[in-house]
Design a binder for this molecule. Structure first.
Ligand SMILES: Cc1cc2nc3c(=O)[nH]c(=O)nc-3n(C[C@H](O)[C@H](O)[C@H](O)COP(=O)(O)O)c2cc1C
Length: 183
């Protein structure tokens, strides 16, 4: 049982039950995120991409972003070998794209309008924004690997984003905060 001292701090001697994985996932799911597809290009595999919600900004100067990929993911060595990736921030109507890039044994790029970015990295048409990166470093992160990217180029398209919350895709019904297109 969790015990708190009178001042509200967790007592050092307190024993707490091991964290239940389901409770951990449930709590994390309350953090609403956008959805990205991370794309790359590698001489062996050609173009590749995976859906990821672990994306976050990291530093303004230098401009860095980060995301994490399962150590066991097929795509991890591809991203590392390539040394480049692009963050495709999905737009509200790209739920199917999100699902597809998280599905095994399908042609994930089928039917998509693709533009070629720096180093031949594919950029997904219809996205809300593209953030093109050089892989700056990788860091261990438990059963995931953290990929830190140095941002080389960005483009934004002013589309409303696809959102994810508690395992569901969320529509945005409020246009008040629509922003100006600067692409
Ligand atoms: C909404 C959503 C978010 C995801 N976010 C991540 C993530 O941040 N990191 C990760 O390793 N996998 C994430 N996944 C799972 C991968 O997209 C999925 O395992 C994919 O098949 C990995 O590609 P690969 O097996 O070709 O390496 C997410 C899946 C979905 C549907």
């Amino acid at each position: 049982m969790t015990m708190f001292a009178k001042d509200g701090r967790l007592s050092e001697t307190t024993q707490i039950a091991p964290l239940a994985p389901a409770a951990f996932r449930e709590a994390l799911g309350h953090f609403a995120t956008g959805i990205t597809v991370m794309t790359t290009q590698d001489e062996v595999e050609g173009r590749y991409g995976v859906t990821a919600t672990s994306f976050a900004s990291l530093s303004l100067d230098p401009p860095l972003v980060q995301w994490s990929l399962r150590n066991a993911a097929y795509s991890l060595p591809i991203f590392i070998r390539s040394g480049r990736f692009a963050v495709n921030i999905l737009a509200a109507d790209q739920e199917g794209v999100s699902r597809c890039f998280a599905t095994a044994d399908v042609d994930r790029f089928a039917g998509l309008k693709i533009e070629e970015g720096l180093g031949g990295v594919p950029l997904i048409g219809g996205a809300a924004a593209w953030i093109e990166c050089a892989l700056e470093r990788t860091l261990p992160g438990g059963d995931h690997t953290i990929l830190v990217g140095r941002v080389l180029r960005t483009r934004t398209f002013g589309r409303r984003p696809l959102l994810h919350w508690r395992g569901n895709y969320l529509p945005i019904e409020d246009d008040r905060h629509a922003f100006r297109r600067n692409a």
